[in-house]
Design a protein around this ligand. Structure first.
Ligand code: EPU
Length: 339
């Protein structure tokens, strides 16, 4: 049989995680098709770790199993009429490249999610979101391979149990599936979502009053570039923590003490607070310890200036969680997966 994939041994994972942490893996393979993936899994006896862009992971130690990098590509039109289009996209496609493809073709719905690092396959996993849009708003279906028996399964949008930075793939089905493709339903008659304050401000400064999806994408890219470090220059994983959600009493208690605290009412009567604000308020923003620290422009982002270990960054996150607990009585949760 023709073997198309190559299993490598004892290689560094530094190029495969956006935190640029230098750990090694016992084995490593990149798969380009579902068939290759099935062959790899049927031969494999090691513990596996699936990665896409490696943009939501902090390695604190070497990995003793097989890392499978998902490089399954392809964008296919499944259905199209004058109002909408359904695209089936290989999970290994780069997320931002896919967004740019949609923006160029005027397929609307994900322009607010421009410049998010990672792959298409990782997007449903943690229901990526930014500037008033979550990927769950446009996902029709997720195709995934069950690792235990290599069968292919289809998850409808509701079956994915999407929530804030969460889905069934991070909760009850964690580690059981390998996402192979995602179907997106996008609009050809865009409903522009520029309600997020920062986007409105950026559009104004660009002199745009009737924005197209290209303008929204440009505005988002400008905002992200001004606030978030580029992983190619400074190792990071975007927001390290989730924004905490609290009840009315807790929100009021904190607001009495900190009148300028931002908060966002949720549909179910709870309130989302800005973890970045909490962390900044305790003086962490821009704090640098040797070659790692808290980003100077967005306190939710922890950074590796080069050469830091995953444990150092993990310990910093523990310290931040502990001071937030003491000062605000809030338990911060990590958004990044720790390994
Ligand atoms: N804030 C501070 N200090 C900071 C950061 C934020 O005071 O260092 C305040 C801001 O002034 C604002 C509020 O917190 O009042 C919210 O800030 P921002 O709009 O920057 O958004 P965020 O809640 O900090 C979330 C996402 C980001 C996403 C932005 C924009 C999470 C965990 N993070 O951040 O997602 O880009 O909204 O929609 O929900 C990511 O997940 O990697 C990510 C970057």
């Amino acid at each position: 049989m023709l073997v198309l994939f190559e299993i490598k041994h004892h290689i560094s994972l530094k190029p495969f995680n956006t935190f640029s942490i230098d750990v090694t893996t016992n084995s490593f393979v990149e798969v380009n098709t579902v068939q290759e993936l099935k062959e790899v899994l049927s031969q494999n006896k090691e513990e596996i770790l699936i990665i896409g862009g490696g943009s939501n992971i902090l390695f604190t130690q070497d990995f003793s199993g097989l890392v499978i990098k998902n490089s399954i590509k392809g964008i296919d039109v499944i259905f199209e009429n004058e109002n909408e289009i359904i695209l089936n996209v290989g999970a290994g496609e780069n997320w931002h490249d896919f967004v740019m493809f949609c923006v160029e073709n005027n397929y609307a719905g994900i322009e607010n999610l421009s410049l998010i690092p990672g792959t298409v396959g990782a997007s449903p996993m943690q229901n990526i979101g930014a500037y008033g849009v979550e990927v769950k708003d446009v996902i029709l279906n997720v195709e995934a391979l069950k690792i235990s028996d290599l069968s292919i399964h289809q998850f409808s949008n509701s079956a994915c149990e999407f929530d804030y930075r969460s889905s069934i793939f991070k909760t009850t089905e964690k580690g059981k599936y390998f996402i192979t493709a995602v179907q997106f339903k996008l609009s050809k008659k865009p409903a522009i979502n520029s309600s997020y304050g920062a986007i409105e401000d950026e559009l104004k400064s660009l002199g745009v009053f009737k924005p197209s999806i290209k303008d929204i994408s440009k505005a988002v890219i400008n905002i992200r570039k001004s606030k978030l470090p580029d992983p190619k220059e400074i190792g990071n994983s975007g927001s390290f923590f989730k924004n905490p959600v609290v009840d009315l009493n807790k929100k009021n208690e904190l607001l009495a003490k900190y009148p300028s605290m931002p908060y966002y009412p949720q549909k179910n009567g709870t309130f989302k607070l800005a973890a970045g604000w909490l962390i900044e308020t305790l003086g962490w923003k821009g704090k640098r310890i040797e070659n790692y620290g808290v980003h100077e422009k967005q306190a939710l982002v922890l950074v590796n200036y080069g050469g830091a270990s995953g444990s150092q960054i993990y310990n910093l996150s523990e310290e931040i969680i502990s001071t937030i607990r003491k000062s605000f009585g809030i338990e911060l949760e990590r958004e990044v997966n720790i390994l």
